[in-house]
Design a protein around this ligand. Structure first.
Ligand code: COI
Length: 371
């Protein structure tokens, strides 16, 4: 992925180290990790924040997790001037956590910010925030394989006002959640043929909050019908598969892995990119191409497509058990979690540092500066 050049805010001179607010050590010390984590249900005890005003970033602060104040007229609330990221800190069988491809998350956040003409968070500030939160939370990061500390960096416009232009003040925050995988068991997918998630030229290829609000009706309807997640098609013809809500899609055709080519409206998933590399490492052919939904369903029907699965930071690698139309007709791939399981284990073993990391994807969380 190309490294974007900041257009609004220069990466800036060396940053001053972040401030640690009173109560952080106590918040971590009294934190009790619940037995059931789910995904995003449990919050970590600390958070990080830095603010942007008059063209520059102020020093960051690590605080106990808590409510924030925001002007009711803030552009983030009214015009969805908010972009975010998702990545994990892993601590399986070790005392100190590591991250997975954090610079790719930084690059994607920078691209998202540029698309929305928001200030780019400098690389050093982004990494400082991740290190601060993951480092402080190290003792409470869950340690079973598949569990992690999910880090949610987000950048939002805080200026109040209805004039249709960018905010002049922004906040960058990182909150975190001890998590399990987003879903357990095989996903049950509804094919969304009416609503549209994102169109080419819009913000579908960025992690803008504005992508998610229009998708929630289909997600809620899927859940109400006993399904897990909605599958999105292209905005123009409702014919080509884009992605599942929050996940990219792969299908196994013979000995090859097919995935929709990035069309300008699909989110370029870091897990997607990692699986393409790992599949090729395992000798699998990977084909990125436009993938029509009707071709996929026909191929599931006649057995040319044996398996379908989803991937994402939250989902890791999740098998798909069934794809359903609005009228209830279901299409079930004959294999569930065969190739997916192999790739999931290869990915998790690297992420959790149980296997060598030939691509150099993992990075230790930096130790906090001496008090
Ligand atoms: C992630 O995988 O990090 C995501 O952002 C998915 C989330 C929308 C559940």
């Amino acid at each position: 992925m190309a490294r974007p050049k900041p257009t609004v805010t220069p990466a800036g001179a060396a940053r001053q180290a972040y401030r640690v607010a009173p109560g952080v050590a106590e918040a971590v010390a009294r934190y009790v990790l619940p037995e059931r984590l789910g995904f995003g249900l449990v919050t970590a005890p600390v958070m990080y924040r830095a603010d942007w005003a008059e063209g520059e970033w102020g020093a960051g602060t690590l605080t106990p997790y808590g409510m924030i104040e925001i002007a009711p007229g803030a552009r983030a609330l009214h015009y969805s001037e908010l972009v975010f990221e998702g990545l994990k800190a892993y601590r399986v069988g070790r005392d100190w956590p590591n991250l997975f491809r954090p610079l790719d998350n930084w690059r994607r956040l920078a691209r998202s910010a540029e698309r929305l003409a928001m200030p780019v968070v400098p690389e050093a500030l982004f990494l400082e925030a991740l290190d601060a939160v993951a480092g402080a939370c190290a003792p409470v990061i869950p340690g079973r394989s598949g569990q992690a500390l999910y880090l949610r960096p987000f950048l939002f416009g805080t200026e109040s006002g209805y004039l249709l232009r960018n905010s002049t003040t922004f906040s960058f925050m990182v909150i975190a959640n001890p998590v399990e995988a987003y879903a357990s068991g095989a996903l049950r997918v509804t094919i969304e043929r009416a609503d549209v998630r994102a169109a080419v030229g819009g913000v579908g290829a960025t992690k803008a909050a504005a992508n998610y609000a229009p998708s929630l009706r289909a997600s809620s309807a899927a859940l109400a019908r006993g399904y897990t997640v909605a599958l999105w098609l292209d905005a123009r013809e409702h014919r080509l598969i884009q992605e599942l809500s929050g996940m990219n899609l792969f299908a196994v055709f013979g000995g090859a892995l097919h995935t929709p080519s990035l069309d300008g409206a699909i989110l370029p998933g870091i897990t997607r990119d990692s699986l393409i590399a790992l599949a090729r490492d395992q000798g699998l052919e990977v084909v990125e191409r436009p993938l029509p939904i009707d071709e996929l369903l026909a191929a599931i029907g006649d057995g040319r497509c044996s398996e379908v699965f989803a991937c994402g930071t939250a989902a890791i690698v999740a098998p798909i058990g069934v794809l359903a139309e609005a009228d209830g007709r279901e299409h079930a791939p004959r294999a569930v979690d065969v190739v997916a399981a192999r790739l999931r284990e290869a990915l998790l073993a690297i992420q959790e540092r149980r296997a060598p990391d030939p691509h150099g994807w993992t990075r230790d969380v930096a130790r906090p500066p001496a008090a």
